[in-house]
Design a protein around this ligand. Structure first.
Ligand code: SF4
Ligand code: SF4
Length: 276
């Protein structure tokens, strides 16, 4: 048990990500080879028997397209929304297959090149994420079709795995995932920082979240290790762990050798949630 207690957040995150990805692979295998249908779908829409969970963005798109409030859909969206409301973008940091594949490709690149990190070449304003969200919802309403349901990179990973098992083939849309991973070569998590409408929606819901990474400025030595570790470039040394866009991934907490960064639960009356 002591061994478990000493594990870093990076260890736990990788474990959760790996299990979440393994689930994505296991579901179609169970469905196809064993006809075990108790669990179906992927992280856009996943069901365990009668219990159904829906990604908040895909749910919102359906509501905008059909202009109907369908009860089971609202119930399915509830848990992910409550999770984001309380804990922020933990789906991004701990579950999303795009972040997982990005972390794996980072590790492979580090092994091959020996370079710890590549330079973030394009640093754009963080509010672009809000534009991505608004633009995607407007487009959905204009064309009258749930765009993200078909083209969401996190959803595409699950859909492609399903297609591979059921039909032994991959679809051309899978190239979107490849493009998103290649964008990491320009700037770490470029798509997640500036382009993902789901990330934008979760950030919006997370504005008053309870779980945050806070810094104790009195013990901070300004070594910048946490800033270097943050995949989103949020500068946790300057309080970036309190931005609504923070994933609560814990990478900065692990990077700080002085223990100046910690997770904190609950609201701090003196501090207001930063939203940029
Ligand atoms: S921003 Fe989008 S692609 Fe990136 S981790 Fe979050 S849901 Fe996944
Ligand atoms: S500020 Fe820390 S917890 Fe938030 S995304 Fe960056 S590294 Fe992760």
């Amino acid at each position: 048990m002591l061994w478990l207690k000493k594990r870093s957040w990076n260890f736990w995150r990788l474990l959760v990500q790996t299990l979440s990805f393994a689930l994505l692979i296991t579901i179609p295998l169970l469905n196809y080879y064993l006809q075990f249908d108790f669990i179906q779908g992927w992280y856009q829409s996943i069901s365990f028997g009668d219990l159904w969970f829906v990604s908040p963005l895909e749910g919102l798109e359906r509501i905008l397209v059909t202009r109907e409030l369908y009860g089971p859909l609202l119930v399915g969206m509830a848990l992910p929304v409550v999770l984001a409301f309380l804990c922020g973008r933990v789906f991004c940091g701990w579950i999303c297959p795009i972040h997982y594949l990005s972390e794996l490709s980072d590790r492979i690149r580090r092994l091959v090149t020996g370079k710890k990190q590549i330079k973030d070449r394009w640093l754009l304003p963080r509010w672009l994420l809000w534009i991505a969200l608004i633009g995607e919802l407007l487009l959905t309403m204009i064309i009258g079709a749930p765009l993200f349901v078909f083209l969401s990179p996190p959803g595409l990973v699950g859909r492609e795995l399903m297609r591979l098992v059921f039909f032994n083939t991959l679809a051309i849309e899978g190239l979107v995932v490849v493009a998103v991973l290649l964008l990491n070569l320009i700037t770490r998590r470029f798509f997640c920082r500036y382009m993902c409408p789901l990330g934008g929606l979760l950030s919006l819901v997370a504005r008053r979240r309870k779980l945050r990474v806070v810094i104790d400025p009195t013990s901070c030595s300004h070594c910048n290790q946490c800033d270097k570790a943050c995949p989103l470039g949020l500068e946790p040394q300057q309080g970036g762990g309190e931005y609504s866009q923070c994933w609560n991934c814990g990478a900065c907490v692990d990077a700080c050798s002085r223990g100046s960064l910690t997770y904190r639960w609950g609201s701090d009356e003196k501090k207001t949630q930063k939203t940029n």
